[in-house]
Design a protein around this ligand. Structure first.
Ligand code: FE
Length: 191
């Protein structure tokens, strides 16, 4: 069976940017529901014995895909944040960002722009394609894996990510995410 991973930080660890109340709902209700639904949909089927990535890459559009992708996306999203996050990337990640975007400020602007302009529910990503970093966005549960890209940073822009803390102000949530929450060491480790 697929399982809900623990949050990699304390429930109040991302406050005041993302509150414990948001995480109660986002991890405890939304993420948990995707896990429960995926287990129901795959019970007794070959998918139940496969990895999440295998299920995502093999699934037709529909319930199994949506729930599997959302389980993967949320686990990845939690890992992309840290109570000690924010600031600027360093080391090899900084070099790669400078190489592919010009500088960190340009990358951050592009990332926030992608996240802002994802109409309705979806995700913004920094991903690697053919050895190059790219900013991309996807609707609903889609993620870069199915487009032959390796995601290294993901930001949930479904309203449930920010409505309690920021109401409808997606741009303020994105500023907080990129400036105060991103775990750049984890992102670099995914390269
Ligand atoms: Fe979400």
């Amino acid at each position: 069976a697929f399982t809900l991973p623990e949050l990699p930080f304390a429930k109040d660890g991302l406050a005041p940017h993302i509150s414990a109340e948001t995480l109660d709902y986002h991890h405890g209700k939304h993420h948990n529901a995707y896990v429960t639904n995926l287990n129901k949909l795959t019970e007794g089927k070959p998918e139940a014995g496969k990895s999440l990535e295998e299920v995502i890459l093999a699934a037709e559009p529909g319930g199994v895909f949506n729930n599997a992708a959302q389980v993967w996306n949320h686990s990845f999203y939690w890992n992309c944040m840290s109570p000690n996050g924010g600031g600027d990337p360093e080391g090899g990640l900084l070099e790669a960002i400078n190489r592919d975007f010009g500088d960190v400020a340009t990358f951050k602007t592009e990332f926030k722009q992608a996240a802002m302009t994802q109409f309705g529910s979806g995700w913004a990503w920094l991903a690697i394609k053919d050895g190059k970093l790219e900013v991309t966005k996807t609707p609903n549960g889609e993620n870069p894996l199915m487009h032959g890209m390796q995601p290294i940073l993901g930001c949930d822009v479904w309203e449930h990510s920010y409505y309690i803390d920021f109401r409808n102000a997606r741009p303020k949530y994105l500023e907080s995410f990129i400036d105060n929450l991103v775990n750049w060491e984890y992102v670099e480790g995914m390269m």
